[in-house]
Design a protein around this ligand. Structure first.
Ligand SMILES: [Zn+2]
Length: 378
């Protein structure tokens, strides 16, 4: 399987480092074919989408007339959620509850961006405290498991606590910064995998040291079925219904809130930056920028030449990466040498652990048939 000859798409920058990528006769990859065939025709931002967004906003306002908040937004400090929060409050006139999970990995620049934004919007955030000892135990277990997807524990806990908090606070509307403008070409499963609680638990059972008693968790079925159908929760992605691009967000946020952009998408967190730019890149040869740049290419926000040029350089400075490794090792309670040894051990995937892959895949397939998702999945 690894004998495959290197090939890169003629239109985007996805290539055979995605081992299941396929190309048509012209050399157009299946990500692009999916985008032009299924996503682009339905992703139309016009009067109609504006009306749809306005209708949603009117409904949310009406339903929450007597409440303190209309909706909840999880704020990471990343550009998409930052822009969403600005737009929700200032343009749509909603009253969001701002929810933040302190995972202890945010870089100072991200904290500064969050502070500036909240000050400018005259909003306060709810800081959700997680048990740091348990979180670090789970994160170290993940590194030891040798799987690529090192942001899973953090993502899982962030989303689970957001949803659980919303239920507890009786807030039924969640607005997310998920968007097609910067995420229409998804990373393949082998690079990022998915929210698989069964695998997470199995990895922790094998490599964890303490019991996870307080970390909030939620299986994908809890997200898709319990919250939606039993708790009446609704999740919206407003950024897909209005003109949105990286440039629009950057211009607005820098002008209004002295926002400082990060080197790459998701680089507001030290752990994420290290995992994407070093662990994934050096240990597995996966470069998440390829999917991100490809999304920008198909939505005409970057040229292919520009992306190829950027990809010649590593995702981030090697000296900074090693500095990050030192801080992360210390935080996880191991030495840098131990971390380096761990990095040299054989790579694994979700297949090496108990997982719910087929069940989740079936769920996605059903959602697709019901027209609930356009996600490409493999
Ligand atoms: Zn392509």
């Amino acid at each position: 399987m690894n004998e495959r000859e290197y090939q890169v798409c003629i239109n985007c920058v996805m290539d055979t480092t995605d081992s299941k990528i396929t190309f048509n006769e012209e050399g157009l990859c299946d990500h692009c074919q999916h985008f032009y065939g299924y996503i682009k025709p339905k992703w139309i931002v016009d009067d109609e989408s504006e009306k749809k967004l306005n209708d949603i906003v009117a409904r949310i306002k009406k339903k929450n007339r007597k409440k303190k908040y209309d909706c909840i937004i999880g704020l990471s400090g990343g550009m998409d959620s930052t822009y969403l929060l600005y737009y929700t409050k200032e343009v749509l006139g909603l009253r969001p509850l701002v929810f933040a999970v302190d995972t202890g990995w945010n870089l100072p620049v991200a904290d500064k961006n969050i502070d500036n934004l909240l000050k400018g919007l005259k909003l306060e955030k709810v800081d959700y405290k997680i048990n740091k000892e348990e979180m670090r135990d789970l994160q170290l277990a993940f590194f030891k498991s040798q799987v690529p997807y090192q942001d899973l524990p953090q993502d899982h806990v962030i989303f689970a606590s957001l949803y659980n908090f919303a239920v507890k606070s009786k807030i039924k509307y969640i607005l997310t910064g998920g968007n097609l403008a910067t995420e229409s070409i998804r990373e393949p499963n082998e690079w990022v995998y998915m929210n698989d609680l069964r695998m997470m638990k199995n990895i922790h059972k094998k490599f964890g040291k303490i019991k996870l008693k307080t970390l909030p968790t939620a299986s994908i079925f809890k997200y898709k079925i319990y919250y939606r159908y039993f708790k009446g929760m609704k999740v919206y992605r407003p950024l897909d219904l209005m003109p949105y691009s990286r440039q629009i967000a950057l211009d607005t946020l820098t002008k209004k809130y002295s926002y400082e952009p990060y080197e790459n998408k998701h680089y507001e967190s030290r752990l994420t930056r290290f995992y994407e730019g070093y662990w994934l890149y050096h240990k597995f040869g996966y470069d998440k920028r390829k999917a991100y740049y490809s999304s920008l290419i198909v939505s005409n926000q970057m040229t292919r030449e520009e992306a190829l040029e950027k990809l010649k350089k590593p995702p981030y400075d090697e000296t900074v990466a090693l500095e990050d490794m030192k801080i992360i090792a210390e935080e996880l309670g191991i030495t840098v040498e131990e971390f380096k040894t761990m990095m040299n051990e054989p790579n694994k995937t979700y297949k090496d652990y108990k997982n719910s892959f087929w069940l989740i895949r079936l769920g996605v397939w059903i959602s697709k048939k019901l027209g609930m998702t356009k996600m490409q999945y493999r």
